[in-house]
Design a protein around this ligand. Structure first.
Ligand code: NAD
Length: 471
């Protein structure tokens, strides 16, 4: 395995890992004061360099809305770091737990301690958020941290490495840059926890590699997040919120609405409402600074093929946008596309779309829509548009997803108090706010014997005491 890793990258990865390991065994967790200072310093550095990050991310994408970068890459991280800084002393507090009567007057408590050296592997689609939001919880818990960002956003990774170097000693937090070869070596290190965000296919490889060393993992994966529009909900409102969630970052969002389930009788109304919403939100595409490009030629071609495949298999393609801007090749921007009558065999219904293409699936009865979702792998997000509370509860009861938003898209993901994570094929484990701190902490149970009366019940000669315990 090591032979395929370039020597400098392999050398640096192993060196930094060894350095952090040594620091952990000699000094242990970061002190509370250092955590507080570093959480604040990193947040301030990101605020200071927000424009610079927006510029380099735009270069990595070909074009990325500067506003989207600030809203989705910088704001959530600064918010997470500040939230953790404010609350981590409370999260750290040992929790007293009651002890059964027969063992009293001993006492019990749970301590939250750092795990040690943890690894974070992040994807390209929100290259700052997905590298640093997990770091907020890991740092608040006192861990030493190694980050491997995506090779598809190299300029952003370089700036990230630079900012991390300014704020941290390498024995505390470091960034290791490199391609898939470095990533493959990274996931084979004997971390105390490995936190991976990326595709389900690579997540499977990460879990296999981590299993060799019994390294626990958090997997933040992808999937097809459904949206149900219930019959009584105003179509225009739903269409606009779905358009916002779908077209943010040009659909390259793990929790983007992947497809829409709608009553058959309302399909044409939805198509018109979606088109109107898109025109209001994005009057143009190619020249619009707020409409983001597809990350690479390979991803762009994949989306074009996905649309062509659906059309070949009998789907109707509805181009949404002004006529001369549809499927534009220059600048890797793709104007939004709705697909109707899409057969299940089409790629658009088989794989995560991850672009501005939205299949519309119709239903006659809401129970059919629910079954459509529960028959498929558990998604990362579920969106329900309905004002009927009982119906919403029924849908939530009958389906499983990592998270859910009602009458909205995406926003559940930026709430510090809501744990964020997948379930089944969309991942395991969660983070954000306190959940992130717990993910990166070991909950150690401590039983403390009292000075008097110690363990009298459980030592021989037992007599009839044990029988009495069972009665
Ligand atoms: P990816 O799985 O291709 O890559 C993610 C990271 O894994 C990168 O750093 C990459 O270098 C590394 N990697 C690639 N191949 C590897 C291998 N064989 N072994 C070890 N590491 C490897 O994902 P991507 O294309 O960067 O991101 C898109 C995917 O991520 C989508 O499926 C999306 O849904 C998912 N995603 C999930 C979340 C979430 O929070 N659940 C957030 C963003 C993206």
């Amino acid at each position: 395995m090591h032979d395929i890793v370039s020597l400098p990258a392999r050398g640096r990865l192993q060196d930094v890992f060894d350095l952090q390991r040594r620091a952990w065994s000699e000094q242990g967790a970061l002190s509370v004061e250092r955590r507080e200072e570093a959480l604040g310093a990193l947040a301030d550095a990101l605020v200071r360099r927000a424009d610079e990050f927006a510029r380099v991310i735009a270069q990595d994408f070909g074009h990325r809305s500067l506003h989207e970068t600030k809203l989705a890459d910088l704001y959530p991280v600064v918010s997470s770091l500040r939230h953790a800084r404010k609350h981590f002393r409370r999260w750290m507090k040992p929790q007293r737990r009651p002890i059964q009567m027969m063992f009293q007057p001993a006492s019990g408590r749970v301590h939250y301690q750092a795990l040690g050296v943890v690894g974070i592997v992040s994807p390209w689609n929100y290259p700052v958020q997905l590298a640093l939001s997990p770091l907020a919880g890991a740092l608040a818990a006192g861990n030493r941290i190694l980050i491997k960002p995506s090779e598809l956003t190299p300029r952003t990774s370089a700036l990230l490495a630079h900012v991390i170097e300014e704020v941290f000693d390498e024995s505390e937090v470091a960034v290791v840059q490199g391609g898939v070869d470095v990533a493959q070596a990274f996931i084979r290190l004997k971390f105390d926890h490995l936190f991976f965000t990326g595709s389900t296919a690579v997540g499977r490889e990460v879990m296999k590699a981590a299993a060799e060393n019994l390294v626990p993992v958090t997997l933040e994966l992808g999937g097809k997040s459904p949206t149900i529009i219930c019959p009584e909900y105003p179509i225009e409102k739903a269409a606009e919120r779905i358009a916002v969630g779908k077209l943010f970052n040009a659909g390259q969002t793990c929790i983007a609405p992947d497809y829409v389930l709608i009553p058959r009788a309302q399909q044409s109304e939805f198509i018109a409402a979606f088109r109107n919403a898109v025109v209001r939100l994005y009057p143009t595409f190619s020249a619009n600074p707020d409409y983001t490009a597809i990350i690479s030629e390979r991803h762009y071609e994949r989306l074009r093929k996905l649309i062509a495949d659906a059309q070949t298999k009998g789907a109707v393609v509805h181009e949404v946008g002004s006529d001369n801007e549809i499927l534009e090749t220059a600048g890797r921007k793709i104007a939004p596309v709705l697909l109707t009558e899409v057969p299940d065999s089409a790629l658009a219904m088989q794989e995560e779309i991850f672009g501005p293409v939205l299949p519309v699936v119709t239903y006659e009865d809401i129970e059919d829509a629910i079954r459509f979702i529960s028959d498929r792998p558990h998604p990362l997000a579920l969106y329900v548009f309905s004002h009927d509370r009982r119906l919403v509860e029924h849908i939530l009861d009958r389906t499983t997803s990592g998270g859910a938003a009602i009458n909205e898209t995406l926003l559940h993901c930026v709430q510090e108090e809501l744990p964020f994570g997948g379930v089944g094929n969309s991942g395991m484990g969660a983070y954000h706010g306190e959940a992130g701190f717990r993910t990166f902490s070991h909950a150690r149970s401590v039983f403390q014997q009292a000075r008097i009366n110690g363990a009298g019940m459980t030592k021989p000669p037992y007599g009839s005491r044990i029988e009495r315990m069972l009665s």
